[in-house]
Design a binder for this molecule. Structure first.
Ligand code: SF4
Ligand code: SF4
Length: 175
């Protein structure tokens, strides 16, 4: 009996707490000084702030990458595609493509850990809107380094522009 009464009490209190939050937000809509969401954040100039450790779209430094494939092997959904070619008379590879398919990526960051040269990280970018699925497939080797490595500059316009470059902006033999 005591347990039953305790359960009834807990249920009533929980529902009352939920309703109190709802009512508080309902009344706040009548506050004349309340700003709309778009007045706080004027996208894209003033985007919503994300936490410093937010896992957004990757940052990738092509000039450091040694095309070792460790990140691609670690990816559980196989969404990293690395193109590389041997360079005559030089050590290592030239990276000819570093594509991440964001229609498959689940932002787990497992590709970041094994990188021996720390050239791939999860970035702070949260938007990559596009009109087709192709827009979500990003070849970082076609982006200028300051955009691919920039913390928040991987934007849809830059990515779209990267798709019309005929020659890849790849690095030479790895130093
Ligand atoms: S974040 Fe995860 S799913 Fe996305 S590319 Fe890296 S390992 Fe693959
Ligand atoms: S693990 Fe690092 S160095 Fe190796 S291919 Fe991936 S990004 Fe490049």
């Amino acid at each position: 009996m005591l347990t039953w009464l305790r359960n009834v009490y807990a249920a009533v209190v929980t529902v009352a707490q939920g309703l109190a939050i709802t009512i508080r937000y309902w009344f706040s809509t009548y506050n004349k000084d309340r700003k709309a969401f778009t007045e706080h954040f004027e996208y894209p100039e003033l985007p919503v702030a994300v936490s410093p450790r937010y896992r957004g779209f990757h940052r990738f430094d092509l000039t450091t990458c040694i095309a070792c494939d460790q990140c691609a092997k670690a990816c559980p959904v196989d969404c990293i595609y690395i193109g590389k070619e041997r360079v005559e008379g030089a050590k290592g590879f030239a990276v000819t493509g570093f594509t991440i398919d964001y229609t498959k990526c689940m932002f787990c960051a497992l590709c970041v850990e094994p990188c021996p040269v720390d050239c791939i990280f999860m970035g702070g970018t949260l938007d990559l809107s596009s009109y087709s699925r192709d827009g979500a497939i990003v070849d970082f080797s076609r982006l200028p380094v300051e955009i691919a490595w920039g913390r928040s500059s991987l934007n849809p316009t830059a990515v779209a522009e990267s798709k019309v470059i005929v020659e890849p902006v790849h690095s030479g033999p790895n130093q």
